[in-house]
Ligand binder design. Sequence first.
Ligand SMILES: [Cu+2]
Length: 125
Amino acid sequence: MNTNQIIVLIAAILLIGFIIWWFFGKHQETAENANVTKGKQEADVVVNGGYSPSTIVLEKNVPAEVNFDLKDSTACLSHVVFDQLGVNKDLSKKDVTPVKIPTNKPGEYDFTCQMGMFHGKVVVK
Ligand SMILES: [Cu+2]
């Protein structure tokens, strides 16, 4: 192998590493428990280049709302989609948009942006 080939090889490895980091590296899951007060629970999710926290943990059998706070101007993130719940909400109408989550049974509900690029989930325990 000559020097050029080695440089190309190193560049390719770095590029692959970067791609892996870009797509998979940011999945250090930030899980957050909802605040339970007076028989209901709420959690806030900031929407800004993704969802923060990306995992919300809810208690079973306590009425729950997840409040989406849109801080991003990307059109794609302006809607949040809960496929399993048939929910597709426009977050740009209000400062904070609550989404009701059923908590009658344990489970996981994934949510995404409109095109499914950004992911988060709500876990009912
Ligand atoms: Cu998207």
